[in-house]
Write a new protein. Structure first.
Length: 246
C-alpha cells in the first residue's frame, strides 16, 4: 500500500523520530553515570562543539538579537557591541566560549536535579542552544562591567599623570608621554589581563602593595610586588610609569 505522505515528509518525520530516540538513549546513559566520566566528557565536548559553532555564527551576524527576542529576552545590544562582535574574532570567541561553558554547567546541574531536559521535548542540541541564550545575557553583562572597570582604569591613570607637576613628567622622548593620549593608553591597558590591569591601576593611583592585595584579592603584598616587577621588566611603558609611582 502506498503511503499517504510525501516521501520527503515521511523521511523527515522518521529522521526526527530517530534523533529523538537517540537523544533519549544518550541522556539516560549519561544520567546513569551521574553526568560524569568518559561518556559525559565525550557528550559535553560534542555538545560544546555544536553550540559554539551556532553561537559564533549568531554573534558574528547579529542574528543573536532575533533568537533572544524569540524567547522574549532583552536584545538590547548596542551598535558598538554588534560592530565589535562582527569584526573582533577574539572578543567574539571569548564571549562565546564563556557563554557555552556556563550553559553546559547549567545543563548538568539541572539534569542532576531532575529539572532539565526530558525526552519528548526539544532536541538536546536545541535545548542547549536555548540555554546559551540565557547564559549569553549574563556574560554580556559581565563583559560590560569589565569594560566599565577598564574605562575607570584609563581615567585613573590619566588623572594620575595630569596631576603631576610639569617637572615630574617624562621627557618628550619618553613612552609615557604617549600615554596622555586616551586612545593610546586604552590600547595599552587592553593588552593586559584583568589582574595586571588592576595592579597597574593601583600603582598609578599611588596605592601600596598591601592595599592592592586587599582590594583585588591577591595573596599578599609580596605577590603584588613580584607581579609588578615582572610587568616593569616586560613592558617599557610600565617600567617608566613605575619609576614615578608613589
Amino acid at each position: 500500500m502506498n503511503s499517504t505522505h510525501p516521501v520527503g515528509e515521511n523521511s523527515s518525520t522518521t529522521t526526527q523520530s530517530g534523533r529523538a530516540a537517540a537523544d533519549a538513549r544518550l541522556f539516560e546513559a549519561l544520567r546513569a553515570d551521574g553526568f560524569d566520566g568518559p561518556a559525559w566528557e565525550w557528550a559535553r565536548t560534542e555538545m560544546a562543539r555544536y553550540a559554539l559553532a551556532v553561537l559564533r555564527a549568531w554573534l558574528a551576524t547579529g542574528h543573536i538579537r532575533t533568537e533572544l527576542r524569540a524567547l522574549g529576552l532583552p536584545a538590547d545590544l548596542t551598535p558598538a557591541e554588534l560592530h565589535r562582535l562582527a569584526i573582533d574574532d577574539e572578543f567574539r570567541d571569548d564571549l562565546a566560549d564563556a557563554t557555552v561553558a556556563v550553559a553546559l554547567h547549567e545543563f548538568r546541574r539541572r539534569a542532576l536535579e531532575g529539572t532539565g531536559w526530558a525526552p519528548g521535548g526539544a532536541a538536546l542540541t536545541t535545548y542547549l542552544t536555548r540555554g546559551c541564550l540565557y547564559a549569553f545575557l549574563g556574560e554580556l553583562r559581565a563583559q560590560r562591567r569589565a569594560q566599565q572597570r577598564h574605562q575607570r582604569t584609563v581615567e585613573a591613570v590619566l588623572r594620575h599623570e595630569a596631576a603631576r607637576p610639569d617637572t615630574d613628567h617624562y621627557t618628550i622622548h619618553d613612552t609615557v608621554r604617549e600615554l596622555t593620549d586616551r586612545d593610546h593608553l586604552r590600547h595599552r591597558l587592553a593588552q593586559l589581563s584583568d589582574r595586571d590591569r588592576n595592579i597597574v591601576w593601583g600603582k598609578a593611583c599611588g596605592r601600596t602593595n598591601l592595599e592592592i592585595a586587599e582590594i583585588y584579592g591577591e595573596s599578599g603584598p609580596r605577590s603584588v610586588e613580584r607581579r609588578w616587577s615582572h610587568l616593569m621588566a616586560q613592558h617599557d611603558w610600565i617600567a617608566r610609569l613605575g619609576r614615578h609611582a608613589r
